[in-house]
Design a protein around this ligand. Structure first.
Ligand SMILES: [Zn+2]
Length: 166
C-alpha cells in the first residue's frame, strides 16, 4: 500500500525534476476535474486532463499520442461510512494512481502495480529494445521505486489548494 505522500517521496528520489517545475507557471491548466464518491467500494475518485507541455517529442504510445494526458487518483478508505464525510487524506489513505503520459509509463507504472498503487487496467508491458550502458541508456528507475509524474503531482497540489484533499 502507498499513500500519495509516499508516492511523492518516490518522485523526489527518482524524478525530482517533476517536482522542481511545479507552479512555475508553465504547467498546462488542469481541465475537466471530476471528483466522484463511491461508497460501495469505499473510494473517492478524482479524474482530470492536462495538455502536454510540448517540451518533449511527441510520444509514439497510443495512450499519449493525442497530447492530452488523463490522470486518475483513487483514495481507498477503510470504512465506507467515511466516504463523503471526510476529505481524502494524502498521508493516511491508500491511493491508486494513473496517468497516460510517458513519464508515468516509463518510470513508475510497473513498480506502482507491484505495490497495488496503480489504478485501472494494465498498460502494455515495456520491453526494452536498446542495450544497457555503456552502449545504451541507463534504466529509468533502477531502484524500482513507486512514484508519480509531474501531472499527478500538480493535480495533487491543486486539489490541496482547493481544499478537496487534506
Ligand atoms: Zn503524467
Amino acid at each position: 500500500m502507498a499513500t500519495i505522500l509516499n508516492l511523492l517521496r518516490g518522485t523526489k528520489r527518482v524524478l525530482p525534476v517533476a517536482l522542481d517545475r511545479l507552479g512555475d507557471g508553465k504547467n498546462s491548466p488542469i481541465k475537466q476535474v471530476r471528483v466522484q464518491e463511491f461508497k460501495s467500494i469505499k473510494t473517492v475518485q478524482v479524474l482530470a486532463t492536462q495538455q502536454s507541455s510540448g517540451r518533449y517529442p511527441k510520444s509514439k504510445r497510443p495512450q499519449a499520442k493525442s497530447g492530452f494526458y488523463n490522470q486518475q487518483i483513487k483514495f481507498v478508505y477503510e470504512n465506507r461510512e467515511e466516504v463523503g464525510n471526510r476529505l481524502p487524506s494524502l498521508s493516511a489513505d491508500k491511493a491508486k494512481i494513473r496517468c497516460t503520459c510517458d513519464a508515468y509509463y516509463y518510470y513508475f507504472w510497473w513498480y506502482n502495480k507491484k505495490v497495488d498503487a496503480h489504478s485501472g487496467t494494465k498498460f502494455p508491458k515495456y520491453i526494452r529494445k536498446t542495450p544497457l550502458p555503456p552502449e545504451g541508456y541507463p534504466e529509468k528507475n533502477p531502484q524500482k521505486i513507486p512514484g508519480m509524474c509531474k501531472h499527478l503531482a500538480f493535480l495533487v497540489r491543486e486539489l490541496r489548494r482547493a481544499g478537496v484533499v487534506k
